[in-house]
Design a protein around this ligand. Structure first.
Ligand code: F6P
Ligand code: MG
Length: 462
């Protein structure tokens, strides 16, 4: 259960602590970022999905004959209906496709109906933004799923692969950097090791700028060497808890056999494919090769999600492409990553909870198996904006509210969010910091220009 009250002094210092949780962000606030997303960005994304399916008509015919063309037409008709429902603020409907998560979606709808009062009030522009945005991507899946033989078609695949290829220069630069680092790893002092961790955390952080949902599917790749830009981007990191990440990794080391220490397990809850995924793999490579982690578990999506999010097939494809690259250090990195996967040092996991609309404070009750899995980690890194929205419940928090309070009891393990700001939610700032940013740059919370490396440990409270 999500807690409304946490008995910490920090929390009691705010009004919100006394009055309970703030409201969810919603398109009902006309002119808000949520409103503009539902009104403009989501219909644009749906139109692109329809275009992509239509453009693949010949491919479907070649693969499946008339059956493929019939499925293409039927899927497009469902998606056009969905776009119309969105634009006319129709009610959110129950899932009827029999997929394994359909019951969870339907229970969530009932929960919203009882929270909002009546059936009709649960609609695109009246309900929480997080809920309706997730619902849209799940309905895209439904439209395809109901239409075999094209059920497994990933309408976002082209954009994801294009974004990988358009970031090639940056990927090569990053793999070359990694090679240099791995070669000299033994000689690094503890301080230098921390510095390198700090750098690669920032590379993975800024990799999050490259998502295709905020750009409504427009090209949004990394063009320059990410390492060279870090110094100039530093002032844009509003909260930097990298030292807590470091100390968590160090204290996770346990005495092992023959006097050597055994490092802990790091879980990375992935966000986008393309350059961001490469930046995460480079970070994971460093964690293992430096001895800061013995195992990395990646968590991705089981269906195409928020345009550019990583699925199992994106994960495998990216490693294969990196291996096959015509660049010495890039292909060497790919070969290394493939062997990490083969040896089980790295593993990929997905769980239906990641593509449900729930806030993460619901996880312990609604996906106890996933919560228990995360409890086995020594550190969980949450990549990206959507994960931050789910960590904080996508609510209208005051900026000075502690991250611990906004998590509302979620804390399976020490965790850290690496996120560029693309939605109107940000907690854990210094008094006055949010106000100052608002005067300097009214779009600071939604432009992706600013970022946070924000840490929380449940152990700190024991
Ligand atoms: O629609 C825009 C948007 O949905 C954000 O508000 C959302 O959180 C983001 O795209 C996806 O960002 P990310 O890939 O970092 O989770
Ligand atoms: Mg994403």
């Amino acid at each position: 259960m999500c807690s409304n009250f946490l008995p910490t002094a920090k929390m009691m210092a705010t009004d919100q602590a006394v009055h309970g949780v703030p409201p969810s962000l919603s398109a009902k606030v006309v002119g808000s970022f949520a409103y503009l997303t539902v009104k403009d960005r989501l219909p644009t994304i749906l139109t692109k999905v329809v275009d992509t399916i239509h453009r693949n008509k010949n491919k479907f015919f070649e693969e499946y004959g008339e059956e493929g063309v019939r499925a293409e037409k039927a899927a497009i008709s469902l998606l056009s209906k969905l776009r119309n429902e969105l634009q006319t603020d129709k009610a959110i409907l129950a899932m009827s496709d029999g997929l394994e998560d359909a019951d969870s979606w339907n229970q969530y709808l009932q929960r919203q109906q009882s929270l909002q009062g009546d059936q009709d009030s649960v609609s695109w522009f009246k309900s929480p933004w997080l809920y309706v945005e997730c619902y849209m991507y799940r309905k895209v899946q439904e439209a395809l799923w109901l239409n075999p033989p094209i059920s497994d078609f990933d309408a976002f695949n082209e954009g994801k692969t294009q974004s990988f290829f358009e970031s090639q220069q940056a990927v090569m630069a990053l793999c070359t950097y990694l090679e240099g680092l791995n070669k000299n790893m033994e000689e690094l002092s503890e301080n230098q090791l921390f510095e390198q961790l700090h750098k690669l955390l920032q590379v993975s952080l800024w990799g999050n700028k490259c998502d295709l949902s905020i750009s409504a599917g427009q090209e949004n790749s990394q063009k320059t060497s990410p390492i060279d830009s870090l110094a100039s981007l530093r002032p844009l990191i509003l909260v930097d808890d990298s030292n807590m990440v470091w100390s968590t990794l160090i204290s996770a080391q346990r005495p092992g056999q023959s006097g050597k220490t055994t490092p802990g397990r790091v879980d990375i809850v992935l966000d986008n494919a393309g350059f961001e995924l490469v930046s995460d793999l480079v970070l994971a490579d460093f964690l293992v090769s430096s001895g800061l982690a013995r195992e990395v578990r990646f968590h991705g999506k089981s269906i195409p999600w928020f345009v550019s999010d990583v699925t199992a097939s994106d994960f495998q494809w990216t490693i294969r492409q990196t291996m096959a690259a015509n660049h010495k250090w890039m292909s060497k990195s790919g070969v290394q990553w493939q062997s990490y996967v083969k040896e089980g040092v790295w593993s990929y996991h997905d769980h239906p909870f990641w593509t449900l609309p729930h806030e993460f404070c619901d996880m312990a009750a609604d996906a106890p198996d996933l919560y228990a899995t995360l409890q086995g980690a020594d550190l969980v890194l949450f990549k990206g904006d959507l994960n931050y929205r789910k960590l904080t419940g996508d609510r209208d928090w005051e900026h000075t509210v502690g991250f611990d309070m906004a998590l509302r009891g979620f804390g399976p393990a020490p965790l850290c969010s690496l996120r560029t700001l693309k939605a109107n939610v940000q907690v854990g700032l210094q008094p006055g910091q949010g106000e100052k940013l608002s005067t300097q740059d009214p779009d600071w919370m939604t432009s992706g220009k600013y970022a946070v490396i924000q840490f929380y440990s449940p152990h700190a409270e024991q």
